[in-house]
Design a protein around this ligand. Structure first.
Ligand code: GLU
Length: 448
C-alpha cells in the first residue's frame, strides 16, 4: 500500500498558518513514508472559487517547499459525481427535499424552543405524490440529502484515538443544492476513494464530517464493490498567544502576508511542524529533516498556541545559521557580500534587515562621540588597510595600553563612534569591513 494523502483547499480565500499546518503535516507524513502528496482543488463552489486564490495557494505551497506529486480540480469531475449521485438515488440513499431555507430555519427555531437538537426531521421522506407535484408546480427544485444510518459510527482516529459519532444527532447532509451544485461532501468522498487516499489528516473541525463521510464512503464501496476506507487523523486547531481562536486575525496570518513581511519559509515550517507535538520547536532549514522526525504518534490533542513572537525569534535563529550560498541570489540583489553577511547575520530578524547594516558599514553615518579623548587617541592607532579579523584586538589593546581604558568604557565609545549604534555585530567582524580610512574619519567625529 502506497501512503497517499491529500491537501484539499477551497480556492475561496488565502492560506493561513492554520490551514497550511494541515498541508505541512500531510506533506511530512507522505515524505516520511515514501508516499504521495496530492493537491486537490475543492472548487465545486463556482461562485466563490477564483483563479487568483488558486494561483495564490500554489505560490504559497511552492514557496514553503511543499511540492505535490499530483494535482486535480473537482470541477473537472462532475460527470463522475453525477454517476454516483444517480446510483445513490436508485439505492434510496439520496432523497429529494423541497424545503426553502426559510422553512428550514423556522423548523430549527421550533425545535430549539422545544429543547430539541436542530436535526433535520426527514419530512421529505414522507411527502405524498400530490405534495411533490404541488412543489414542482410552484417551480421549486429539490435539493438532495444523503440518508444517514442514524447509528454510532466508530473509527480509530490516529490522533484522537477511538472516536464515536452517533449520526442520530446529525442532520442528513445536503449533497446537492437545488441549482444542481455539489457541496463539498460527496465529491470529497468520491475523490478520496477513487484516488486511493490512505490517510485523511486535517483539523478537528471535521470530526462530525468524518462520521458522515465514513457512511457515504462505505455506501460507495458497497454499491460499486471497490475501494477502501482511508484512516483518519484529526488534529486540534491553533489558538492565538492569548488563548483565543485565530479566526479574527487570519488576514495578518496569511502565508502571503508573512512572505511579504520578509519571513523565511523554513521558520514557518519549523514552527508549524512541531507546534502541538511532543517534539521541541527548533530552527530547521531542511524539510526532509523535519519529515524524518515526523510521526502522528507524537501529536498531542490539546490546542496548540501560535505566537508570532516565537516565529520572529525562530526566523532570527534560522538566519543566524544560514550560510551565504543558500541566500546568495537574494543577497546579491541587496548588494550584500559574503563577508558582510557572515558579519551581520547573527544580528538580524529578517533577511532584509541586512540592508541597514550595509548602510552602516559601507555607507555614511553620523558617528556618536561619547568619549572624545578616547576616540581621538584611537585615530593614530588604527592599523593600515587591509584590516583583518585580528586588527580589532590589535587596535583595542594598543588603545587600552595608551589610555588605560578597559571593558565597557573602552568598547562602547568605539562602537558608538564606528557604527553610530550601541549594539550590533561583533566589532572584530565589522571593523575590517569598515576599513581603516573610514574608521579614522568616524573616530574624528566626521560623517563618513
Ligand atoms: N475543502 C475542504 C476544506 O478546506 C477540505 C477538508 C478535508 O480535508 O476534507 O475544509
Amino acid at each position: 500500500m502506497t501512503v497517499t494523502v491529500r491537501f484539499a483547499p477551497s480556492p475561496t480565500g488565502k492560506l493561513h498558518v492554520g490551514n497550511i499546518r494541515a498541508a505541512l503535516w500531510n506533506w511530512l507524513f507522505a515524505r516520511s513514508r515514501g508516499g504521495k502528496f496530492i493537491l486537490r482543488i475543492d472548487d465545486t463552489d463556482r461562485e466563490r472559487s477564483t483563479k487568483e486564490f488558486e494561483d495564490g495557494l500554489r505560490r504559497d505551497l511552492t514557496w514553503l517547499g511543499l511540492n505535490w506529486d499530483d494535482t486535480f480540480h473537482q470541477s473537472a469531475r462532475f460527470a463522475d459525481y453525477d454517476k454516483v449521485a444517480d446510483l445513490f438515488r436508485r439505492e434510496g440513499l439520496l432523497y429529494p427535499c423541497y424545503e426553502t431555507a426559510d422553512e428550514l430555519e423556522r423548523k430549527r427555531r421550533l425545535q430549539r424552543a422545544r429543547g430539541l437538537p436542530p436535526v433535520y426531521d426527514r419530512a421529505a421522506l414522507r411527502y405524498t405524490d400530490e405534495q411533490v407535484k404541488a412543489f414542482e408546480a410552484e417551480g421549486r427544485k429539490p435539493h438532495w440529502r444523503f440518508k444517514l444510518s442514524q447509528s454510532p459510527v466508530k473509527w480509530n482516529d490516529l490522533i484522537r484515538g477511538e472516536t464515536i459519532v452517533d449520526t442520530v444527532h446529525v442532520s442528513d447532509p445536503v449533497l446537492i443544492r437545488e441549482d444542481g451544485m455539489y457541496l463539498y461532501t460527496l465529491p470529497s468522498c468520491i475523490d478520496d476513494i477513487d484516488v486511493g487516499i490512505t490517510h485523511v489528516i486535517r483539523g478537528e473541525d471535521h470530526v462530525t464530517n468524518a462520521a458522515v463521510q465514513i457512511e457515504i464512503m462505505e455506501a460507495l464501496i458497497r454499491t460499486r464493490s471497490s475501494g477502501a476506507l482511508p484512516a483518519f487523523a484529526h488534529h486540534s486547531l491553533l489558538i492565538g498567544a492569548d488563548g483565543q481562536g485565530l479566526s479574527k486575525r487570519l488576514g495578518s496570518l496569511s502565508i502571503e502576508a508573512m512572505r511579504e513581511d520578509g519571513l523565511e519559509p523554513s521558520s514557518i515550517t519549523s514552527l508549524l511542524a512541531r507546534l502541538g507535538t511532543a517534539e521541541p520547536v527548533v530552527p530547521e532549514r531542511s524539510l526532509s529533516a523535519l519529515a524524518a522526525s515526523f510521526d502522528l504518534d507524537k501529536v498531542g490533542r490539546a490546542p496548540a498556541r501560535f505566537d508570532p513572537a516565537e516565529l520572529e525569534a525562530l526566523n532570527a535563529k534560522i538566519l543566524h545559521e544560514t550560510p551565504y550560498e543558500e541566500v546568495a541570489d537574494r543577497l546579491e540583489k541587496l548588494g550584500v557580500s559574503k563577508a558582510l553577511w557572515e558579519a551581520v547575520k547573527g544580528n538580524i530578524t529578517r533577511l532584509k534587515d541586512v540592508a541597514q547594516w550595509r548602510e552602516i558599514i559601507e555607507g555614511a553615518i553620523e558617528p556618536v562621540i561619547e568619549d572624545k579623548a578616547l576616540t581621538e587617541a584611537g585615530v593614530a592607532l588604527v592599523p593600515a588597510d587591509p584590516l583583518s579579523e585580528k586588527s580589532w584586538s590589535d587596535f583595542t589593546s594598543a588603545l587600552s595600553a595608551k589610555t588605560g581604558a578597559k571593558g565597557k568604557k573602552l568598547f562602547m565609545p568605539l562602537r558608538l563612534a564606528l557604527t553610530g549604534r550601541a549594539n550590533g555585530p561583533e566589532m572584530a567582524h565589522v571593523f575590517p569591513l569598515i576599513g581603516a580610512e573610514k574608521a579614522r574619519a568616524r573616530l574624528r567625529g566626521e560623517r563618513a
